[in-house]
Design a protein around this ligand. Structure first.
Ligand SMILES: *Cc1c(COP(=O)(O)O)cnc(C)c1O
Length: 371
């Protein structure tokens, strides 16, 4: 029996299947590589990967060997591509668990080559070209040195060639145009390219409808997990994509405090009149960020109430005014309740960050419940 915890994250797998269906239809014959890195954007690595595998996603993308091994040990059988630059001690596991991985330099190619020679093995690899992100990958002008080296070694099969956009969320970005020009010039020079999966597109590229970037494979993560502003999808072919997550808790304690009472550590909030204060058992230890103290809201019975005072590690306080509040009542911290919604974008805006970070922040203590 899993011990009860009063705070949980609901992930809507029906909507996830709908998001995946919508993206697959939109991609047409382009393969769909779903990034499930960072615990599938906080929604649960294994469950989201199993759902993706069941719903026809062709590839899973992870950031590290560690994530890939976990998926293989749990029975995921579709191809898994490790995006991040590899570290030499990972090579044995990458091969043992049949993980495809990215080669981003000649140095790494030589390390893998030496290992394959020792083991008498061969493997499929993706070569990464850095067209403008300045993160990992070969520069476009030195890419050919890597390509020629890998191509000349019979232990390697070039399965894919990839790059990553830096500014894909911005319409008509000159940075994106430059990146594409580099990528396309490589594509054109590889004449036997039909057997190679070229891939560069992420959520931003799909949302902008940049279909010339989809190539043989695309890697939209945030879009598949519904982490996009609905207004950005209105009327388009992706309009049925929705968020998947509702973070819920239950009121654990209720009291009335008099005017002048300070609430929580540091008394950063002082009641200006007599108010009802509800305590909710979620805090920054659960990944509900402390920066939302005196800024964020929660939903109770479909209405918004402000979080008052500093958010603690495990609890926070809500000013209910003179509204009734009962121990055990459901509280929504992220997602919809009735007609009201608190989106990851709203929280990201309050914290001056990206909605992906809001979801990634939820810790292991918060059970993921699939509905
Ligand atoms: C995270 C990641 C993606 C997905 O980005 P989204 O913005 O979530 O679509 C694609 N490719 C690589 C290499 C990534 O690291």
């Amino acid at each position: 029996m899993v011990p009860y915890y009063p705070t949980w994250m609901e992930v809507n797998l029906h909507q996830f299947a709908e998001n995946l269906r919508t993206i697959k239809l939109y991609l047409g014959s382009t393969l769909f590589c779903l990034p499930v890195k960072a615990n599938a954007y906080g929604m649960g690595l294994l469950s989201m990967s199993q759902a993706a595998q069941k719903n026809g996603v062709e590839y899973l993308g992870v950031s590290s060997c560690q994530e890939g091994v976990l998926l293989r040990k749990s029975g995921i059988h579709i191809p898994i591509l490790v995006f991040g630059a590899l570290h030499e001690p990972e090579i044995a596991s990458l091969l043992a668990y049949d993980l495809e991985f990215t080669i981003s330099s000649i140095f790494k190619a030589q390390q893998v080559h030496a290992h394959l020679q020792r083991m008498g093995k061969s493997c499929a690899v993706h070569l990464e070209v850095d067209t403008g992100m300045q993160r990992t990958g070969m520069q476009p002008h030195t890419f050919w040195d890597l390509y020629e080296f890998v191509k000349s070694q019979s232990c390697f099969v070039i399965k894919g060639i990839s790059s990553h956009f830096a500014n894909s969320e911005e319409a008509n970005s000159t940075v994106t145009q430059h990146q594409l020009a580099h990528f396309d010039s490589i594509r054109r020079r590889i004449l036997d390219s039909e057997s190679i999966l070229f891939h560069i597109a992420n959520s931003g590229a799909l949302m902008l409808g940049a279909s010339h970037t989809f190539c043989q494979m695309s890697r939209p993560g945030g879009l598949a997990f519904g982490l996009v502003e609905p207004a950005a999808l209105e009327k388009g072919p992706l309009r049925s994509i929705r968020p998947l997550v509702t973070v819920k808790s239950r009121i654990s304690f209720v009291k009335t405090v008099p005017a002048g009472a300070g609430v929580s550590y540091g008394h950063t909030y002082v009641a200006s009149q007599e108010v009802r204060i509800a305590t909710v058992p979620i805090g920054y230890g659960d990944g509900y960020r402390r920066g939302l103290s005196n800024r964020g809201h929660v939903l109770i019975r479909g209405a918004r109430y402000p979080i008052v005072g500093n958010i603690c590690m495990d609890q926070l306080m809500v000013d209910m005014g003179d509204a009734p509040a009962y121990v055990g009542e459901e509280v929504v911290l992220l997602g919809q309740q009735g007609a009201e919604e608190i989106s990851a974008f709203e929280l990201a805006h309050l914290l001056d960050t990206h909605p992906y970070e809001i979801l990634c922040a939820f810790t292991e203590r918060v059970p993921r419940v699939y509905v």
